[in-house]
Design a protein around this ligand. Sequence first.
Ligand SMILES: [Zn+2]
Ligand SMILES: [Zn+2]
Length: 352
Amino acid sequence: MRKGAITRDGVLKAVAEYDELGREGFLSKYGYKPATGYFLVHEERTYDSKAIAGVAHQFDQGRVLRPDELSGGRSHAARWLARLGFVIRSSRSPDWTRDEIILACDLAMTNGWKRLEFDDPRVIELSTLLQTMPIHPEELRNELFRNPNGVARKTVDITSRHPDYRGKPTNGNALDVEVMNDFLVRPAEMAEVARRIRHGLVSGDFLDLLPEAEEEDDYGAPEGRLLLRHHRSRERNKALRKKKIDAVLRQGRQLACEACGFDFEQVYGDRGSGYIECHHVVPLHEAGERRTRLNDLALICANCHRMIHRRAPWPTPGELRASIEQKHAADRRAAEVLARPRRAAEERMPNP
Ligand SMILES: [Zn+2]
Ligand SMILES: [Zn+2]
């Protein structure tokens, strides 16, 4: 069973059964709830995309997917169907991501945390820019996607949560408030983050950066996904990595993790020889357009690299090393405390 490996033919069979049973009959037969977000449009009729994709698995993979085995949206049903060339209609715009909210907050801040109107040239400009962002797949956008009205509404959601706002707050979401707080605490830094994101979009630097699997999990980057993608693509630059490794070897240094000392060759032998990851130590919003220098890169093992990126703010390799040492020291003290009563008991024992 391969999830998502469905064919056009399987989908059409599911569509035919849907037509035959009717919406209610089809959904209740397979235990699916009515879709709220994404619909498949086929021959001028609309279908619940999640249920259709789940049932298509019966024809292509031998069994129907249970509703809890897939999502209706961009990561599963809608994406699979779109990939097969079907038309997907989304009934609501995709949620705003951190990158988008950063740009909206930046605009709100330059406007003194006052809302902007839909016909404001700055709103129209931001709307155009958001539409070029390589974050939401084309097939999941509807015709209202990030239009000037939506952008203006976002500035209302944001500014009405500002601490100085005296009216009734609108129902903006938690992420809006989180990003706005970042701006309130570190205005210059966040303005710079916004500037870097804009620059990357306008210059086309971000266009060929593909989304990574890690984006879905807990990699922490207050600067948003686009700068993180840019950062990671630099770290993985093979030529740069090789230069860094060569430089370290030329200095007669060992190829070991700068945080924990792990040496791949020492542990894995030949297989690990010459292997180490590079971590770019300059913060995302500072690295910006400048070219990466060898000194910007730290040699780091895969575990430590993951731990650094796991939560923002990212520790430097030195800071990570200090926290590893601290943990070791605490563990040693705890072990000594445990060993103490035993030692005392041994001392009390009479000599044979
Ligand atoms: Zn390490
Ligand atoms: Zn890194």
